[in-house]
Design a protein around this ligand. Structure first.
Ligand SMILES: [Zn+2]
Length: 168
């Protein structure tokens, strides 16, 4: 039997304690392994996690920016074709992980959907240079009232410009 540390404790003396320690370590690894985290997020949203889906979700989460299909396809072109990227974006949108932001230039951007329903309806700012998307404060009621009857969804209003980092 292999002694544990300097105590000379043998495995047969405390199997439950060791099993407990191993389980704790596995739980710890699961928590700290980013792949596991993204797999879990996909599963929670009813999506079977595969390598491509995990990769796209990880990228969208860690960059916290909005991407068009073209942007993402460029980034992952070594690993997947355009149709695969498109299908992942549509699936994530249907399953409420992403939201679409139509831009004034006709581009459709995808960004992570916030779990906060109110915020997800708020207008967004998009930096034309780095594609960062920020949530803006809600529009005043008087402003929204002037839009009534025009069938405009404030969720899709994106204000574009250059962020502080790109402006200076
Ligand atoms: Zn920027």
């Amino acid at each position: 039997m292999v002694p544990l540390g300097g105590s000379g404790l043998a495995l047969k003396d405390c199997p439950n304690a060791i099993l407990g320690a191993l389980m704790a370590m596995i739980q710890f690894l699961k928590k700290t392994n980013p792949m596991e985290k993204f797999k879990n997020i996909l599963q929670i949203h009813g999506i079977r996690p595969n390598e491509n889906r995990v990769m796209v979700l990880q990228h969208l989460t860690e960059s916290n920016k909005a991407f068009s299909l073209c942007n993402l396809h460029q980034l992952f072109r070594e690993k997947m074709d355009r149709t695969t990227v498109y299908r992942i974006l549509i699936l994530f949108t249907e399953k409420d992980i992403l939201q679409k932001i139509p831009c004034t230039d006709g581009n459709l951007l995808f960004t992570l959907k916030t779990s906060d329903k109110e915020i997800s309806k708020s207008p967004k700012f998009r930096c034309k240079c780095c594609q960062k998307v920020e949530v803006l404060p809600d529009l005043p009621v008087e402003y929204l009232n002037t839009l009534t009857g025009k069938n405009i969804n404030p969720e899709t209003i994106a204000i574009e410009g250059y962020c502080k980092d790109c402006h200076s």
